[in-house]
Design a protein around this ligand. Structure first.
Ligand code: SAM
Ligand code: DTB
Ligand code: SF4
Length: 332
């Protein structure tokens, strides 16, 4: 019998780790791409059998006029891009949009508020009604609205909130170049409150903001050493919006996006790794490589918060071309 020796055999089980070193993570980010993809694929196949891609739709409920000075963000009042004068949405129109997202095939509905922090009052009560309404539709509900108190986190949990999105955005070392109005520590404390209230965490970052490979490794190190890992890890590539301080940065190499996704998958085997902002700049082939690298969610719908996203028909075609399973049924 002719035998072929199997090289580079991967283990059949994987354990979750919370003690990754910067060197280990940098080694993954810099591995020959073909080896990195092989490793990421193996981890993904073992940890998430069935290769499902979750579709999440986004809606900006309160747009622009935010007090924070995030250098990438079109909604900061510190940036001339600030999208002023857009009406804040009420509960019913938001639920209409959630219903439409469900009919189009989404199974998670994410709502954004351009706030520094949540304040008690009518607007917070409306947020709670939106969360309840989205959950009643049978969708997962995610909110991103800045910092919050323990009590607000508990009330959101009570309303049935599935996840709270609060990104670390970049490494602790690079952070000061990007945001000065709130600290890394503030962000970690917000995440701690969300976790303590029993809400799952959606936390990731952005590449393409002038950071080094070490910065990317360092961001992933903070995320991957959280115990438990964030259930959802959005990987964004900067959408350089005119009027923001980062407007002139050129877009990152699509393969850097693939590497970031693959490394996140290896470090956090069971987390949902979300291909987030920046997909419009990626070819179909680059997106398929990201799926191959272990991305298992996309934002689905023609718009992110204020910027564009591939249209729904292109995404349906992408997923069917890739042949991956998606956890939805479209109601035409
Ligand atoms: N104000 C809330 C906060 O900062 O947590 C919620 C909204 S904020 C727009 C949500 C996330 O979107 C940011 O943390 C950032 O990671 C991402 N984001 C915003 N603008 C972006 C851009 N131009 N390119 C890529 N990602 C962006
Ligand atoms: C995340 O990490 N990316 C999404 C979601 N979480 C809220 C938002 C991307 C926003 C891109 C810029 C915009 O459309 O305004
Ligand atoms: Fe934009 Fe959120 Fe920063 Fe406000 S806190 S400027 S909405 S990213």
């Amino acid at each position: 019998m002719n035998l072929i020796e199997v090289e580079n055999q991967q283990p059949a089980v994987i354990s979750l780790r919370y003690d990754w070193t910067l060197e280990e993570i940098r080694d993954f980010l810099e591995k020959p791409l073909i080896d990195l993809l092989w490793k990421a694929q193996n981890v993904h196949r073992i940890a998430n059998p069935g290769y499902k891609v979750q579709l999440a739709s986004l809606l900006s409920v309160k747009t622009g006029g935010c007090e924070e000075d995030c250098a990438y963000c079109p909604q900061s009042m510190h940036n001339s891009s600030d999208v002023a004068g857009q009406p804040e949405l009420d509960v019913q129109p938001v639920l209409e949009r959630a219903r439409a997202a469900k009919a189009a095939g989404a199974d998670r509905f994410c709502m954004g508020w351009a706030w520094r922090e949540i304040r008690d009052g009518e607007k917070f009560e409306a947020m709670l009604s939106m969360v309840r309404g989205v959950r009643e539709l049978g969708l997962e509900a995610c909110v991103t609205a800045g910092m919050l108190t323990d009590k607000q986190a508990l009330r959101l949990a009570d309303a049935g909130l599935t996840a709270y999105n609060h990104n670390l955005d970049t490494s602790p070392e690079h952070y000061g170049q990007i945001i000065t109005t709130r600290t890394y520590q503030d962000r970690l404390e917000t995440l701690h409150k969300v976790r303590s209230a029993g809400i799952t965490i959606c936390c990731g970052g952005i590449i393409g903001m002038g950071e080094s490979i070490d910065d990317r490794a360092s961001l992933l190190k903070v995320l991957a050493n959280m115990n438990p890992h964030p259930e959802s890890v959005p990987i964004n590539s900067l959408v350089a919006v005119e009027g923001t301080p980062l407007e002139d940065l050129s877009s990152v190499d699509p393969l850097a996006f693939v590497r970031m996704v693959a490394t996140a998958r290896i470090l956090m085997p069971k987390s949902r790794v979300r291909l987030s902002a920046g997909r419009e700049q990626l070819t179909r082939e680059a997106q398929i490589l990201c799926l191959q690298a272990g991305a298992d969610s996309i934002f689905y719908g023609d718009k992110l918060l204020t910027t564009g996203n591939p249209d729904v028909s292109a995404d349906r075609e992408l997923l069917s071309l890739a042949g991956v399973d998606h956890s939805w049924e479209v109601v035409e």
